[in-house]
Design a protein around this ligand. Structure first.
Ligand SMILES: Cc1cc2nc3c(=O)[nH]c(=O)nc-3n(C[C@H](O)[C@H](O)[C@H](O)COP(=O)(O)OP(=O)(O)OC[C@H]3O[C@@H](n4cnc5c(N)ncnc54)[C@H](O)[C@@H]3O)c2cc1C
Length: 478
């Protein structure tokens, strides 16, 4: 079951952060008993374990620091279907990819790992309204275990919040190789530790998801503006209108759109998209999830009126309904993809450069002010900067692409400055991607000592030997 590391498994030494680690062995368990056996064997020998899902993480959380890699991507089957009140609860293995979950829910067909699902309930599920799992970190190859461990969220967080709100409970292997279950209740310390816990407290072997009825009317919309301040002002306006059926409200600056246009030349899946309008310097990506057509049209009408007042030309806007709106999601998702591709080109010349990107919120500023401050700092620094992200709490993923060691230092000091503002505003500092190994220094600099002490206490409680995911977030002795 445990394989010694060799070149054949080299790709398991890194994730989308582009950090590379080291390990002595790797395993790919397919069932919980197999995973338990591996963990117990590591525990007996005090071998550290790094847990991996799909390795799409952006902070190096799944990059190993020696020891053993427990890769859970082959534990990818649905396990059971239950009902709590009106809510369907679907339990899945952690390695199930977001795309596979979505396909199964759309087709209402599951390849159950065990043949023990209540057939009456399955029939009710199939004949009822279509269900979906709202958290959407947009990277469709991400695993459910990874999403839960980073408490991921995507554009839809505007309406649905983070993954945590849509998880009923988790089952995990603890440090000593036993099984624990943690239910989503405010006073459950294990659940709070594990959700967003970046694999530091055990390996999740099953997640029970709370499903929601899929809204009958769904539209994706993109408005373009000739200057980014108008796009940002539109976001403030849309927030103040607060239509109940607005599910996503994301911002993209002109530089981000140009990156996507570049990526389109080589990425077949993006070719169906039209080019972004030539003079577009800012765009707003939205999703409307409505109960009926009237609600949808009311929200769309309000948004169109606000956008036109701010100079957006409706003839250049994009809108797609139902499943077609996946194309617009691809456009929004292509921004981080294009930036990662640009980073790879830089790293070919200078491998010391890593991703430098914000993942924090500025809840007390207006969206317009937030964009202006970022823009001013980026312009003054002379760095290549890209501003895009979510409107909720002004959660922008500002990416800086330094070309040299000197620029890397400049980029890091800007990140520190922005983190400080986030902290002063009571913002969340590491909102959806985690801390991992990449943001450890920033985390140590930004968090108050009492918060770091609280994480240490949790670690001592649930992993006294510090064997799980060494190197993530904090080191022993901090
Ligand atoms: C182009 C691109 C866009 C992205 N956009 C978003 C976005 O909009 N929102 C967002 O939230 N994220 C985004 N991400 C980041 C990434 O997809 C998420 O962090 C995702 O949740 C990670 O899932 P994974 O299966 O790849 O986890 P991994 O990268 O394998 O692991 C992530 C962390 O979770 C831990 N972990 C994984 N599985 C388990 C388990 N079963 N038990 C315990 N710990 C576990 C790992 O140890 C690690 O610390 C994006 C990534 C890319 C490449």
């Amino acid at each position: 079951m445990t394989i010694e590391m060799s070149d054949q498994y080299a790709s398991y030494l890194h994730d989308e952060s582009r950090l590379t680690g080291e390990a002595r062995s790797i395993s790919f368990p397919e069932t919980e008993p197999e995973a338990i056996e591996i963990v117990r064997s590591c525990y007996e020998r005090q071998v550290p374990i790094t847990v991996q899902g799909s390795r799409t993480g952006l902070c190096g959380g799944a990059v190993p620091c020696g020891g053993h890699i427990l890769n859970l991507s082959r534990m990818a089957a649905p396990l059971s279907l239950e009902k709590e009140g009106d809510t369907f609860l679907l339990t899945v293995q952690p390695g199930l990819m977001l795309s596979a979950l979505g396909n199964s829910l759309r087709a209402r067909r599951f390849e159950w790992a065990f043949d023990c699902v209540d057939s009456g309930l399955e029939k009710e599920f199939k004949s009822g309204p279509e269900m979906f799992w709202p958290p959407d970190p947009s990277e469709l190859t991400a695993s459910i275990g990874g999403i839960v461990s980073t408490n991921g969220r995507g554009p839809g967080a505007f309406k649905y919040g983070s993954a945590c709100a849509h998880v009923h409970s988790v089952r995990l292997i603890t440090a000593d190789g036993n099984i624990a279950e943690a239910v989503n209740q405010p006073d459950n310390p294990l659940f709070s530790a594990v959700i967003g816990g970046e694999g530091m407290f055990g390996a999740i072997t099953a997640v029970t998801l709370r499903l929601s009825p899929k809204p009958p009317e769904m539209w994706g919309i993109c408005f373009f503006f000739n200057d980014e301040n108008s796009a940002a002002a539109f976001i403030d306006k849309a927030k103040s209108l607060n239509p109940t059926s607005l599910a996503a409200l994301d911002f993209l600056d002109g530089a981000s759109m140009k990156m996507v246009d570049e990526l389109k030349k080589v990425a077949a899946k993006l070719r169906e998209l039209p080019d972004t309008p030539e003079n577009a310097a800012g765009a707003v990506y939205m999703e409307i999830h409505a109960d009926d057509e009237a609600q949808l049209e009311e929200t769309a009408g309000q948004l169109m009126e606000a956008a036109e007042e701010l100079g957006s030309d409706m003839d250049s806007s994009w809108s797609l309904a139902g499943d077609e709106m996946e194309k617009l999601r691809l456009f929004r998702h292509a921004v981080p993809e294009a930036l990662n591709a640009a980073l790879d080109r830089i790293r070919q010349k200078n491998p010391e450069i890593h991703k430098t990107a914000g993942d924090f919120t500025w809840p007390e500023s207006s969206f317009g002010q937030t964009v202006q401050i970022f823009r001013q700092d980026i312009s003054q620094s002379g760095l290549d900067g890209f501003i895009f992200g979510h409107s909720t709490d002004n959660h922008l993923h500002v990416n800086l692409l330094p070309g040299s060691q000197g620029e890397k230092e400049k980029a890091l000091s800007l990140m520190e400055k922005w983190l400080k503002i986030s902290r002063e505003q009571g913002g969340s500092l590491f909102r959806e991607h985690g801390v991992g190994k990449l943001k450890k220094k920033l985390y140590a600099a930004a968090q108050p000592p009492e918060e770091i002490a609280a994480v240490v206490r949790l670690k001592e409680t649930f992993d006294p030997s510090w064997l799980w995911n060494p190197g993530n977030k904090i080191d022993r002795g901090e």
